[in-house]
Design a protein around this ligand. Structure first.
Ligand code: GLU
Length: 443
């Protein structure tokens, strides 16, 4: 058993959560739960222009709806002192250095390198500036941005919890810019400072961060910290390949509106991309049990909306009345839920069926023979012991008329529910009740 993990989910409040980052949040949550550890929320809001309070709120609300409650949360915009202090240490140690190139200059250099078939690695020209040159640049009004100086001596290696042994050559990487000329922070360094400060033991994120991890591992070590373990998950794709713009932007609100249970989303996102089958669950606990990075493959995880909808129907079959009672139509009983839940794909459909139970229903015109048959059913119903009315009613009608199968059942279903298909009549009829049933059979 792994020791208690501290994980973190670190979205930027510059948009709503979409299916890809819900999955990352979930995996962080599952790992913390499985190891008896803690799941933290970190809002990466150093970009003051693009981050909004409304998005921060929506992220918290979405996590709450999903049931992924953080055990603590921080926002980067409240932690600038911490970054400043760590930055000062790195500066004193010569691990960050000022650079003065403009974006255009850098672009030109990259083009020259590309022209020679070389990788677009920053040439560290700023490291060769003398104190006098730097003073001149600053006197002329050029403020420096700051780069982290990579250590080129050793390859960067780590044992990724999903990808296995990883190795990157730092000499093929540019010293990353960690701070802009206006003093604002880029994502890379504050994230490391926070992971150290928050005691994060396991970073779970998308494989688009693999190169960042290489850079960040050197930052952990420059700050004298033991780095966390890393798990980089393969990206999410749609059923047909790349995640379409529409699917990729699907967020919690879209799922909620479509009537998808939060636990259905969790069940699907916990398992796609693993060697385990997707199974419906009534609560997240069984997902915690089976969660293991070793089960994840390197191939992209396929997110299929049709699978989500089918899984939601299965989820509803498992969910108890108590779990959904506050979202069911008023008056709907536990027996009502038990009768209906096998026939619905979303909870909203429960209201439709409950309306069929409570009536009024509009039955289609029956032909003469069926009309007479249903009227006879009304008479029989009046004399019935109502303990198990459906088998009693159909049994008596079968014996009397010789009808069976569809000819026996369909006219009754149509008269009683107004529909051709639906939940088991044996469960529905007691809910409709004797008087109302007789009224509907009389037509
Ligand atoms: N805010 C970063 C992102 O959303 C966090 C990445 C990380 O998990 O370190 O990409």
């Amino acid at each position: 058993m792994a020791s208690p993990a501290v994980t973190r989910f670190a979205p930027s409040p510059t948009g709503r959560l979409h299916v890809g980052n819900i999955r990352t949040a979930l995996h962080n949550w599952l790992w913390a739960r499985k190891t008896g550890g803690r799941f933290l929320l970190r809002l990466d809001d150093t970009d003051a222009e693009r981050s909004t309070e409304a998005f921060a709120e929506s992220i918290r609300g979405d996590l709450a709806w999903l049931g992924l409650h953080p055990d603590g949360s921080v926002r980067q915009s409240e932690r600038f002192d911490l970054y400043e202090a760590a930055f000062a240490r790195l500066k004193a140690a010569g691990r960050v250095y000022p650079a003065y190139e403009t974006a255009q200059e850098l672009d030109l250099r990259r083009k020259v390198l590309a022209g020679r078939g070389l990788p677009p690695v920053y040439d560290r020209a700023a490291l060769n500036l003398t104190d006098v040159q730097r003073a001149e640049l600053e006197a002329s009004g050029v403020a420096p941005h700051w780069r982290f100086k990579l250590d080129h001596d050793e390859p960067i290696v780590w044992d990724d919890l999903i990808r296995g042994p990883q190795k990157l050559d730092p000499s093929l990487m540019s010293d990353p810019v960690v701070r802009r000329a206006d003093g604002t922070w880029l994502y890379m360094l504050p994230s490391v400072i926070d992971d150290i400060d928050m005691g994060v033991t396991t970073v779970v994120r998308g494989e688009d961060h693999v190169t960042n991890t290489g850079l960040q591992l050197q930052m952990f070590s420059a700050l004298g910290a033991t780095p966390p373990a890393f798990a980089h998950e393969a990206l999410l794709t749609g059923a047909e390949g790349k995640l379409s713009k529409r699917l990729g932007s699907l967020g919690v609100d879209a799922f909620r509106v479509a009537g998808v249970e939060s636990v259905t989303i969790l069940a699907l996102l916990a398992r796609i991309g693993t060697s385990d089958p997707v199974v419906a669950v009534a609560s997240p606990e069984p997902l915690v049990e089976g969660f293991d990075f070793a089960r994840f493959g390197r191939a992209p995880a396929r997110f299929d909306e049709a699978e989500l909808v089918a899984l939601n129907a299965k989820t509803l079959h498992l969910i108890s009345f108590e779990q959904v009672a506050d979202r069911l139509p008023t008056g709907m009983t536990a027996a009502g839920w038990d009768a209906i839940r096998a026939n619905i794909a979303t909870l909203a459909e429960a209201a439709d069926w409950w309306a069929v139970v409570t009536g009024p229903v509009v039955a289609p015109e029956l032909d003469e023979a069926d009309r007479a048959f249903v009227s006879r059913a009304a008479e029989i119903a009046e004399g019935l012991d109502w303990a198990e009315p459906w088998p009693a009613l159909t049994g008596a009608l079968k014996a009397e008329t010789g009808r069976k199968g569809r000819a026996l059942f369909l006219p009754l279903r149509l008269a009683l529910t107004g529909r051709e298909h639906g939940p088991d009549m044996a469960a529905l009829l007691p809910l409709i009740g004797r008087e109302e049933a007789i009224r509907r059979l009389r037509g």
